[in-house]
Design a protein around this ligand. Structure first.
Ligand SMILES: [Zn+2]
Length: 164
């Protein structure tokens, strides 16, 4: 389900796919069992200031307790964000898509990132090297200039606020 949410299809070409590297606020996720859920089902609990307990964990807990087994942890749902230093749940998919996507691209657009977080920086750097090796161009769009570590990897810097 998380994979389905992350693999967005849009009207931008037939093969456009997006994996949010930092997760998404579009839904909730249980940190214990990785079950996903929407916000709407929990609106009443949120408005009342209650805990967003995972229904999958609750069901599993009830089954174990009924069977006379130890009570497992019950997760509290939280936005499906990927915290720094956390393992991305779609890491394998990112690696395969990175190889597939960079195989034919002629232009790389790097938008709205300072390229200071190691994982995304390494991913963007790998794309940039492959695309430039084939004669493609790399465009970096951000208010701040790319660091000197990107010398020779960025063809154009567009100083611009991406949200504009
Ligand atoms: Zn759970």
């Amino acid at each position: 389900m998380l994979e389905q949410k992350a693999m967005l299809k849009t009207g931008i070409g037939s093969n456009f796919r997006c994996i949010p590297l930092h997760g998404s606020l579009a839904g909730l996720e249980c940190p214990v069992c990785r079950a996903t859920d929407g916000w709407e089902a929990h609106r009443g609990t949120i408005n009342a200031g209650g805990e967003l307990l995972c229904s999958v964990c609750i069901t599993y807990c009830m089954e174990r307790v009924a069977a006379g087994k130890r009570r497992p942890a019950i997760g509290q749902l939280r936005p499906s964000m990927i915290m720094l230093d956390a393992v991305h749940p779609q890491g394998d998919k990112i690696v395969s898509l990175a190889a597939e996507d960079s195989a034919a691209a002629e232009v790389l657009l790097i938008l709205g990132t300072s390229l200071k977080v190691h994982g995304p920086e390494v991913l963007a750097r790998g794309f940039a090297r492959q695309i430039r090796a084939r004669g493609g161009k790399v465009v970096y769009v951000n208010l701040s200039k790319p660091t000197s570590a990107w010398n020779g990897l960025v063809d154009y810097w567009v100083q611009w606020e991406c949200e504009d």
